[in-house]
Design a protein around this ligand. Structure first.
Ligand SMILES: Nc1ncnc2c1ncn2[C@@H]1O[C@H](COP(=O)(O)OP(=O)(O)O)[C@@H](O)[C@H]1O
Ligand SMILES: [Mg+2]
Length: 370
């Protein structure tokens, strides 16, 4: 856990503090994103955590320990740091660059080599190819990967990442973000992540601190930030399309339990009962399952009106718009739009029926204030 208490940083010659009486708490295993316009104090805040800058006043704790009382050199070796503009040493090979902290920690050569290879592999760079190359022989995206590998190589529980994916094209950037999230899911580090890009903040953060002129304007989850921005500054920062952005964030499982709907019906249910269920339903149809709750298909009012059979089996037909609980509300919306229907059925991986999500449900979520 990282805790900043009343941190202020004044630079000589600067009229206002770069960081102004700032409080921040980062939970263990969380990615906390500092976001805000250029010059608002993001980098300065981060650099006080590993004491590259000394705060003018205030306290900083890492896992309960007072950072300002620790040996700064030792402190820095235990906090992974990806600096803005990557900052690889140009005259060192990739291997030497990644081995910086292990060498300072005087790790045995074997252990260092093994760990460097493992980290490069983890960030998608084949050590056999890249170890001996120099930074100038790498693309921007590859250099950023090396920067991340270097920061993580000794497996520090805490990482500071200052615009780690800043200097690359949008496609490479999205790929690096996705890879990073995948790695983080496995390693669960406590991370302070700086960006000036609100969409990156929303994508990467468990919690987001919006900064302005050295202060935190709002500290909230991405969903809260989008649903209830604290003021106009935050509202402008998150921009238009807030609702669409929220649909990307929320997973179907998070809303499914809150939705009450009749059904499903079973295959052997009398047609009259099925008809009654359909009449009660806002989608004018009912989902059909077998006795093990396995999803079988759908019966709609229109088919039932044709009166061409005696049992549910005579009316049931397949449903294409299916989705799993792990999908986002945006995925659900996409399926609805593609099928031209206002609902999707939610099933588990092994076809167990879970419920229905309708366009109306999505509207309700978007309308809700957090
Ligand atoms: N070493 C320094 N000396 C003097 N002023 C600085 C120094 N570092 C940063 N500043 C000033 O502090 C403010 C915050 O800078 P910074 O933390 O780098 O912002 P951000 O990372 O959000 O872009 C800016 O006004 C910047 O000019
Ligand atoms: Mg900065």
């Amino acid at each position: 856990m990282i805790k900043l208490e009343g941190i202020t940083k004044k630079f000589p010659g600067l009229k206002t503090p770069a960081v102004d009486n700032l409080d921040l708490e980062v939970k263990e295993g969380d990615v906390c994103v500092l976001v805000g316009p250029s010059g608002c104090g993001k980098t300065t805040t981060m650099k006080m955590i590993n004491r590259i800058h000394e705060p003018t006043s205030g306290h900083i704790y890492v896992n309960g320990k007072n950072v300002l009382k620790m040996n700064p050199i030792k402190l820095r070796l235990d906090i992974g740091y990806v600096i803005q503009e990557i900052g690889l040493f140009p005259h060192q090979t990739i291997e030497e660059n990644v081995a910086t902290v292990p060498n300072e920690k005087k790790w045995p050569r074997e252990k260092t080599k093994q760990q460097v290879d493992e980290m490069l592999t983890l960030v998608g760079l084949d050590p056999k190819i890249y170890c001996r190359r120099y930074p100038s022989a790498l693309s921007g995206g590859q250099r950023q990967r090396v920067g991340v590998a270097r920061a993580m190589v000794t497996n520090p529980p805490i990482m500071l990442m200052d615009e780690p994916f800043g200097a690359v094209d949008p496609i490479t950037r999205a790929r690096l973000q996705n890879e990073f999230l995948r790695i983080q899911e496995r390693v669960s580090k406590t991370i302070v992540f700086v960006t000036h890009d609100i969409d990156e903040a929303i994508k990467m953060g468990d919690a987001i601190a919006v900064m302005r002129e050295g202060k935190i304007v709002q500290y909230a989850t991405p969903n809260e930030l989008l649903s209830s921005p604290a003021n106009e500054f935050v509202a402008n920062l998150v921009g238009r399309n807030r609702s669409i952005k929220r649909l990307h964030l929320i997973r179907i499982r998070e809303i499914l339990n809150g939705i009450a709907r009749p059904g499903p019906a079973t295959l052997d249910m009398p047609l009259d009962d099925i008809r009654k269920q359909i009449e009660k339903s806002d989608i004018r149809a009912v989902m059909i399952v077998d006795h093990d709750n396995k999803f079988k298909g759908i019966i709609g009012m229109n088919e039932l009106k044709k009166n061409t059979g005696e049992t549910a089996a005579d009316y049931i037909h397949e449903l294409n718009q299916l989705i799993t609980e792990d999908a986002t509300l945006n995925d659900a919306l996409s399926v609805m739009l593609e099928c031209g229907e206002g609902y999707v059925a939610v099933v588990s991986e092994n076809d167990q029926y879970r419920g229905i999500i309708t366009l109306g449900d999505l509207l309700n979520v978007v309308k809700e204030e957090a």
